[in-house]
Design a protein around this ligand. Sequence first.
Ligand code: ATP
Ligand code: MG
Length: 392
Amino acid sequence: MDETIIDNTHNEGNLTHTTDLEYEEIIEVLQGKIEIQTKEIFSLKKETDQLKKENNQLKRTPLFVAAVIDILDSGEVYLRQQGNNQEYITGSSEDLKNQLKPGMKVAVNNALSIVRIVANSVDSRVRVMELIETPDVSFEKIGGLREEIEEVREAVEYPLTKPEIFRRIGVEPPKGILLYGPPGTGKTLIAKAVAHQANATFIRMSGSELVHKFIGEGAQMVRELFTMARERAPSIVFIDEIDAIGTMRIHDGTSGSAEVQRTLMQLLAEMDGFDNRGDVRIMAATNRVDMLDPALLRPGRFDRVLLVPLPDTAARLEILKIHSAKMQLKNVPLDKLAAETENTTGAELEAICREAGMMAVRRDGDAITWTDFEAAMRKVKDKTQKPDIMFL
Ligand SMILES: Nc1ncnc2c1ncn2[C@@H]1O[C@H](COP(=O)(O)OP(=O)(O)OP(=O)(O)O)[C@@H](O)[C@H]1O
Ligand SMILES: [Mg+2]
C-alpha cells in the first residue's frame, strides 16, 4: 500500500491518480467514520447492558400466575391468568419453552413474559396448609375457657359425632364458628382439641400466608382447601388469621386488593355451597373481628362469633398447672403466681413456666423456685409490652 501511494504521487497530472492531499482527505473521512462507529458500538453496548439489567429485573418481579393452556405452532404460549381468567398469548425464552406443558402454572411479569414455572399446586398447597390427621391436643390441656369450649363443641364436634340429635330435634347446627380474641389465648388450641375429640382431620390454613405467598393463587388455594377437606372428611377446616383475606376493604383498585377480594369471594362461595350438617366443619380465628367484612358474618357463613378472652385468675391457675405439670417446683405457690399475672395470656403463662425452668437449669438447681418464677415473669412481661392491648 505504501508503495502505490509513493507511486501515485509521482504521476501528477493523471486524473485517475490520487494526490497526497486527496488521500489525506479520504483518510480523514474514514477516520471520522471509524470514530462514529466506535461511538455507536459504545452506545449499543451501553444499551445492551441496560436491556440486560431490565431483563433481569423483569425476571425477578413476577406479577401474576397463569396456567399454560397450549403451546401454539408458532412457538407462542397461550395462557390463562389465575383468578380473573384473562387470556394471553405470549412468548417465552427458548429454554423455558422446552419445559412448558399445558396445565403447568407459570409466573408472568408485567411485560407479559413468562418468568418461571411455578411449583405444582400439590407442593404449594402443602406449604400453606397444615394437615394433622388427628391433633393430639385434648381438652385437659386447655385451662379455663369452659363455656367457650362447650360452645365450640356444640357447633363443630356434635354435628360430626352426634348428627342424629340435630336431625331428631330438627335444628340446623351453625355453619361456621369464628373465634376472636387477643393473640395467645388458646384459639388454635381449642380448634385442635375439638378436632382431636371428634377424631377429625384438622386442616389449618393461614390467611396471611395465603395472601402474601400465593399471589394470584388465593382463590385456587381456597378451592383446594375445601376439596381436601371433603376428601379427608370428617374434617375441620380452620382458617387462621382470616382477617388477612376478610378485612373490610378499602377499594384502592390495586391488583393486590382485587386478588384478596377474589380469595374472599371464593371462600364465601365455598361456604355457601356447604351443607350445615355435612361432615366438614368450618372454623376461623382472628385478632380483629371489628375489621372483618360483614359478608363473612352473615347467616350461613360464620354465624357464630365467639370471644376467646384473656384468662381470669382461676383460669390462669389452671393454665399454670398445665404447663408446670412436669416440672420440679420447690415452694412455688401457683395461686399466688396466678394472682400476680393479671392481663397475661395463656401463651405468656406458658412462656413464664418455660423461662422459670430455664433459670433453674442455668444455675444448675434441683428445682424451680419462686425467685426463678419472679425473674421469668419480669422477662416475659418485658418482651410483651407491645401494643396488643386493645382487648385488655
Ligand atoms: N387456655 C390455655 N390453656 C393452656 N395453654 C394455653 C391456653 N392459651 C394459650 N395457651 C398456650 O399458648 C400457646 C398458644 O396458644 P394458641 O396458639 O391457641 O393461641 P391463639 O389464640 O391461637 O393465638 P393467635 O391469635 O396468636 O393465633 C398454646 O400452644 C398453649 O401452649
Ligand atoms: Mg392461633
